[in-house]
Write a protein that binds this ligand. Structure first.
Ligand code: DQA
Length: 144
């Protein structure tokens, strides 16, 4: 079964971007860990990073037609993109939202996720492990 992992804006800069918040792992490191966990779970995984809202929406639409589930870190779009929330609600596959940092413990504007309400579940604050946990959650959801 195919699973799409979508990384949103600025996540291509992981490793150098605010390492005190996001850690020192690069996006390539994280994608490698995702690939390894996916293989162990028997998933065929595709990881994509998009800066623009439209590209994320189009990727979600594609995932709805071609994947069994998706994992999305919308970056700052999580806090205000009703268009991404609508795209998640429109597709019929389970979507899990992941945030590397604990958004509940940061600035006020990060405490709201408008996209989370459209998702099956949310994992926040566990760094790159969040993606691996989300894959395991999808494996369980999709086996039921
Ligand atoms: C983030 C949290 C967002 O608030 C922020 O805008 C990001 C990264 C995270 O993974 O912790 O770009 O989604």
């Amino acid at each position: 079964m195919r699973v799409l992992v979508l990384h949103g804006p600025n996540l291509n800069l992981l490793g150098e971007r605010e390492p005190q918040i996001y850690g020192t792992q690069t996006l390539a490191d994280i994608n490698e860990a995702i690939g390894k966990a996916a293989r162990e779970l028997g998933f065929e995984v595709q990881c994509e990073q998009h800066a623009s809202e439209g590209a994320i929406i189009e990727a979600l639409h594609r995932a709805g037609a071609t994947s069994g589930g998706a994992i999305v870190n919308p970056g700052a779009y999580a806090h205000y993109s009703y268009a991404i929330a609508d795209a998640i609600a429109a597709i019929r596959i389970p979507v899990i939202e992941v945030h590397l940092s604990n958004v509940a413990a940061r600035e006020e504007f990060r405490r709201i996720s408008v996209t989370a309400a459209a998702c099956r579940g949310v994992i926040t604050g566990l760094g790159a492990s969040g993606y691996v946990l989300a894959l395991r959650a999808l494996a369980e959801l999709l086996s039921n």
